[in-house]
Design a protein around this ligand. Structure first.
Ligand code: NIG
Ligand code: FE
Length: 406
């Protein structure tokens, strides 16, 4: 397949505030599942010029497939009642401490069969994909016992197998304290380390291990125990850190070589340098910032200064971010966090790929990478962050296969 006459945002060398890596009047040659060649149409090698499988893009924009690198999209039920409670003045922490919050989704998720969980979660995945998402990270964390965590990860794997989207599966056993362990966080962490993570790993369903370090969840020391086990299996780690308060989780995770530290509203600018290790990505989640009506901004300027890669994700979940739009998340990153449209697009492509450890195969349009491409009915990539509610996605290719035809 040869795509010609396209405006291509390659996102190569699109670090931080740099450009979109734009190629005007460009062509992309796809062979099997990979990008074989990308460049100016005028420089397309002659043996590809008369291909029957060529598609004239008429100047439309092509970007890498979008990557939503932080979601909790597999869950049952919803928390609309808590949304109402927050509007009446209750805080996210108060609701959690009164037995609502994550634990109420745990109840609904435990009660749901695999089939029900698949059926209830699929519309969220489809909505993300309709806006150009070709890779999605999906966390467990609403099962909080071996069987139900595995059930969630199994549904995530089914999405990969049956829908053909790329899925990165993250074990998030240390998300909240399940009711049966009341007042025994250390005991629960022992169960995570000795039973749940080993069981999920043995089931072949874990690509990375995450946790929630927060007073309503687990301490930095407790997360350290979970990461000891994860790293003993050779699994990459990530952490929800500094979302509601500053416990120092981001520094701990970065010092252990985490793929990402996520949220970061309460990370101090003066601590950002401690994240610098040439690897760890700051995953920013403006949907949760917006929904919780947070006012404390993540330290964007310090992250820029220290050249920490910044990714953006939907954080799709029933509590703090009932968001199924990565385009809206990009707009919020620009409007609320003052990120630039090129930071936003690199945040859902190449930087998001790094946050999943997948940057060698996806995230930019380069020869040798997977042919995960999105065609947009627009001529400039900044429009993707600019519109609110308009979806200009006209075609989606994953691994060389059209998921949505042009
Ligand atoms: O990323 N912070 C913890 N976990 C989710 C919220 C999950 C929930 O409220 O159900 C988050 O914001
Ligand atoms: Fe999250």
């Amino acid at each position: 397949m040869i795509l010609t006459n396209a405006t291509i945002a390659t996102m190569v060398n699109a670090n931080g505030n740099a450009s979109f890596g734009l190629v005007h009047n460009g062509s992309i040659v796809v062979v099997d599942d990979k990008i074989q060649w990308i460049g100016k149409s005028s420089e397309l090698p002659s043996h590809w010029r008369s291909s029957e499988e060529s598609l004239n893009c008429r100047g439309r924009l092509i970007t890498p497939g979008l990557i939503d690198c932080h979601t909790h999209l597999v869950y049952a039920g919803n928390r609309a009642r808590e949304f109402e409670q927050r509007l009446e003045g209750a805080t996210y922490e108060e609701i959690a401490n009164n037995g609502g919050g994550i634990v109420s989704t745990v109840k609904a998720t435990r009660e749901a069969s695999v089939e029900v969980l698949f059926e209830q979660s699929l519309p969220r995945l489809k909505q993300l994909m309709s806006e150009g998402v070709t890779t999605v990270e999906i966390k467990s964390g609403y099962g909080l016992n071996s069987d139900d965590e595995i059930k969630m990860l199994h549904v995530a794997q089914q999405f990969a197998d049956e829908i053909g989207v790329r899925v990165s599966k993250t074990f998030l056993g240390a998300h909240a304290l399940p009711p049966e362990f009341h007042n025994d966080k250390d005991g629960y962490i022992s169960a995570v380390c000795e039973e749940m993570l080993p069981a999920a790993y043995d089931a072949g369903l874990v690509d990375a291990v995450d946790g929630f370090s927060e007073s309503i969840a687990f301490s930095v020391e407790q997360m350290d125990r979970v990461f000891d086990v994860a790293q003993s299996y050779g699994l990459p780690i990530k952490l929800h850190a500094e979302q509601l308060s500053d416990l120092g989780g981001a520094t701990m995770a970065a010092q252990r070589g985490a793929l990402s530290v996520d949220h970061l509203e309460y990370l101090k600018s003066t601590d950002v340098g401690k994240l610098q290790n040439g690897k760890t990505v700051a995953v920013l989640l403006p949907g949760a910032f917006y929904v919780l009506r947070e006012t404390q901004l993540p330290p964007i300027e310090a992250l820029r200064e220290h050249h920490i890669p910044m990714a953006i994700a939907s954080d799709c979940n029933p509590g703090s971010s009932p968001v199924t739009s990565l385009l809206l998340s990009m707009n919020m990153a620009c409007t609320l966090f003052r990120m630039t449209p090129s930071e936003a697009l690199s945040g859902v492509t190449i930087q998001a790929a790094k946050a999943l450890g997948m940057q060698d195969s996806i995230g930019s349009i380069e020869a040798g990478k997977q042919a995960d491409l999105v065609m947009w009915d627009t001529d400039h990539p900044s429009t993707l962050s600019y519109h609110i509610g308009l979806n200009p996605c006209t075609a989606i290719m994953i691994g060389g296969n059209w998921k949505k035809h042009p």
